[in-house]
Design a protein around this ligand. Structure first.
Ligand code: TPP
Length: 548
């Protein structure tokens, strides 16, 4: 029997850490790696058109499963095309593994410039240093198993992307086994002290609230955090980035904190809480800056990035999972009523008037809420633009979106990754501008056995930017007929102008399985969601305050 190869050992290690497929695009430096992985047969390779799509799709699988997502690319042109997606994964805490082919050692010493080389042979390595939590070059078969284990374990422990470079002469070489996934350890006394202090602060508070953020999902803690909220009687709010969290946890959710762009009552509660517990929340401008009264983080109880902060006390190297377990151990299982009245649950718009009026973004929210009411919620992947603000008016359902790093182009490929990882048919919300970036990836849906429903918010321009700077003529994109393109890519297109047409197209799309459905919603010029309008007004107010 032949000895397992480096590629097989890598596949073993990825499988052991939850990866179930690889999204990728090969090139000559990566062909041996692709060949060996395909021969091995355990991790399917799903190819797409363009590396940004590969990165976003793999990122989505990691977000859905709370496990490693994998993107495989070639050296130089491939890996550098992937940089933006990896940067987004870094910013938004996604354990995305980049496998890049690379020149063999003997090629590196030839003295010639190699194709795809930028400045130095290691220019790519140095670029990736900035956007990954750990890296290894697997150029030494003796050391490769330890290096693979270390790098992959770092991705999971820190929930950040990592980078593995594989010289093209080595994937088929024999290699020893990779160590099993590391079990994380922590200082039990430190965890106990942090949990005791947090609980004391929460119990003494007049109006404690819990805000949940992306780490809760990344570390697979949704059920435990929901149980904690129940036991402590804490009202639960999501951050903008954390929208969609706990949607299926069976506890009431008080909505999403959006500062001045959101529900005024909810914003007031959050901003005046005397014990605001932030679990796994990225403390960023999109999550918090658009607020009239900035949250005073000295009084917040913050657990994020392996650190717990209670006032001026900082507990380092303390994983969120350990903290949540310690808090649960200290709280009796019976649920407690909320200390103060929980904020009123948000009123989600519904009941679309199916008439001949032109469609506005809030009508899309209404139509989707009606659909959810009839058929149950569907998971959603959203791009950046008014579609994401519109998503804030949807009933709670799982949502993937780059709400903090805010890269365009995420929605369509992430929707493919979302269906691949969850097995559930998703809705994809995307603007026409973002669709022009990566929308073509939808043409791969049929080959990959996927059939998402894509809603294109077609307003013929970069409307979100236009709302910030109305006079720019450069926002115009012209009217593209996306509905007509769908057929040529293996799906069905529906052009929609009125509310009645929108409702009918959604019903038809839902009833048609096996082909992607694209609803090309021709929005009236200047039509924007209420949330976007409030967001823009708030940003303008805060960045250009009235003179005193
Ligand atoms: N390039 C990338 C990769 N990401 C970005 N966020 C931007 C540029 C800047 N940007 C933010 S929103 C936006 C642009 C260009 C316009 C989005 O247009 P569209 O997708 O049509 O959505 P709309 O704003 O019309 O709702």
């Amino acid at each position: 029997m032949s000895h397992p190869t480096l590629a097989q050992r890598l596949v073993d290690a990825l499988l052991a850490r939850g990866a179930r497929e690889i999204f990728g695009i090969p090139g000559d430096f990566a062909l041996p790696l692709f060949r060996e992985i395909e021969r091995d047969g355990r991790l399917p390779i799903l190819t797409l058109a363009h590396e940004p799509g590969v990165g976003f799709a793999a990122d989505a699988t990691a977000r859905v499963r709370g496990a490693l997502g994998v993107a495989a690319v070639t050296y130089g042109a491939g890996a550098l095309n992937l940089v933006n997606a990896v940067a987004g994964a870094y910013a938004e805490r996604v354990p995305l593994v980049v496998l890049s082919g690379a020149p063999a050692a003997h090629e590196a010493v030839s003295g010639l410039l190699l194709h795809h080389q930028v400045k130095q042979l290691d220019s790519q390595w140095r670029l990736y240093e900035e956007i990954t939590a750990d890296r290894a070059r697997l150029d030494d078969l003796e050391r490769a198993p330890q290096a693979i284990a270390r790098v992959l374990d770092t991705a999971l422990a820190r929930s950040r992307p990592v980078y593995l470079e594989i010289p093209r002469d080595l994937p088929g070489q024999p290699c020893a086994a990779v160590p099993a996934p590391a079990i994380r350890t922590w200082d039990a006394e430190r965890v106990a002290a942090a949990a005791d202090e947090l609980l004391a602060r929460l119990r003494a508070a007049r109006d404690p609230l819990l805000v949940v953020g992306v780490e809760v999902r990344r570390y697979g803690l949704e059920a435990k955090v929901a149980e904690l909220a129940r036991r402590l009687g804490l009202p639960v709010i999501t951050s903008f980035m954390g929208r969609g969290l706990l949607a299926e946890a069976g506890i009431p959710l008080a909505g999403t904190y959006l500062g001045l762009a959101g529900d005024p009552e909810l914003s007031h509660r959050v901003e005046h809480s005397d014990a605001l517990l932030l679990l796994g929340v990225i403390v960023s401008d999109t999550n918090f800056a658009v607020s009239a009264k900035r949250i005073d983080f000295r009084h917040a109880l913050v657990a994020y990035d392996d650190e717990v902060r209670v006032g001026h006390h900082v507990y380092p190297e303390l994983p969120l999972a350990a903290l949540v377990d310690a808090l649960l151990q200290r709280c009796p299982p019976q649920a407690r009523p909320a200390v103060a009245a929980p904020p009123a649950p948000p009123a989600y718009p519904q009941g679309l008037a199916e008439d001949d009026e032109p469609v506005a973004p809030d009508d899309i929210a209404r139509a989707i809420n009606d659909l959810f009411a009839r058929h149950g919620p569907m998971p959603i992947a959203s791009d950046v633009g008014d579609c994401l603000f519109t998503a804030m008016a949807l009933r709670p359902s799982a949502l993937l979106a780059p709400g903090y790093y805010a890269t365009m182009g995420y929605g369509v490929p992430a929707g493919l990754g979302l269906q691949q990882a969850s097995g559930q048919r998703p809705l994809i919300l995307v603007g026409d501008g973002a669709f022009q970036m990566t929308g073509w990836e939808i043409g791969h849906a049929a080959r990959l056995g996927l059939d998402p429903i894509v809603l294109v918010f077609n307003n013929s321009g970069w409307e979100m930017l236009r709302s910030f700077l109305p006079e720019g003529g450069f926002h115009d994109l012209g009217r593209w007929d996306f509905a007509s393109m769908a057929g040529g890519m293996g799906g069905d297109g529906h052009a929609v102008k009125t509310r009645a047409e929108l409702a009918a197209a959604l019903r038809k799309a839902l009833a048609t399985r096996g082909r992607f459905q694209l609803i090309d919603i021709r929005l009236a010029p200047g039509a924007r969601s209420q949330t976007l309008q409030r967001f823009v007004a708030a940003v303008k107010r805060l960045s250009m305050p009235e003179p005193a």
